[in-house]
Ligand binder design. Structure first.
Ligand code: SF4
Length: 181
């Protein structure tokens, strides 16, 4: 039975009339930790990739997006503009003449953004590593790369494996609690 008919609960003991302080202990951390999980899950489940096929690896990239391998089921859909993309899939040879464009497209993507280097050419210059005056020896000389996929060319299964590896990396990111300023 209540002692305080106005509010339906007993009066506060003397000296404890103020509202309780907000939780700042482990309870608060659980809440923020879940926020990180939710943000990361949302990001890894909606990887919109910029189509950036410059050579033969691009054929395998197209295969991966078609109905047989169906990249869409991992939340990865292609966009034709960097402004709507959070993943750059570099599939093919990058020449020095193309280098400025690669950097510009990367800069036009909103944060957070990720890069997958698909195939030997994007990784290291591939078969053009030696004796080529015009090929960049790896796209990571221009922009940061999160996942490397070896092969000349890699099969669609290898690209799917790369997407799954990137998703694992994204799930470990700190966005709220413990995030770097
Ligand atoms: S890695 Fe091989 S298949 Fe891919 S772009 Fe280079 S030469 Fe072509």
């Amino acid at each position: 039975m209540s002692n305080d008919p106005a509010h339906g609960r007993p009066p506060a003991p003397p000296g404890h009339g103020a509202a309780p302080a907000p939780a700042v202990g482990p309870e608060a951390h659980v809440l923020v930790g879940n926020a990180d999980l939710f943000v990361n899950w949302s990001r890894k489940s909606s990887l919109w990739y910029l189509l950036f096929a410059t050579a033969c690896c691009g054929i395998e990239l197209m295969q991966a997006g078609a109905s047989r391998y169906d990249l869409d089921r991992f939340g990865a859909v292609f966009r034709a503009t960097p402004r709507q993309s959070d993943l750059m899939l570099v599939a093919g040879t990058i020449t020095h003449k193309m280098a400025d464009r690669v950097k510009r497209l990367y800069d036009q993507m909103p944060e957070p953004k990720y890069v997958i280097a698909m195939g030997s050419c994007a990784n290291t210059g591939g078969p053009f590593y030696k004796d080529s005056y015009c090929v960049v020896k790896g796209v990571d000389l221009l922009i940061p790369v999160d996942v490397y996929i070896p092969g000349c060319p890699p099969r669609p299964e290898a690209l799917i494996d790369g997407i799954l590896r990137l998703q694992k990396i994204i799930m470990k990111k700190k966005n709220v609690y413990g995030a770097k300023a």
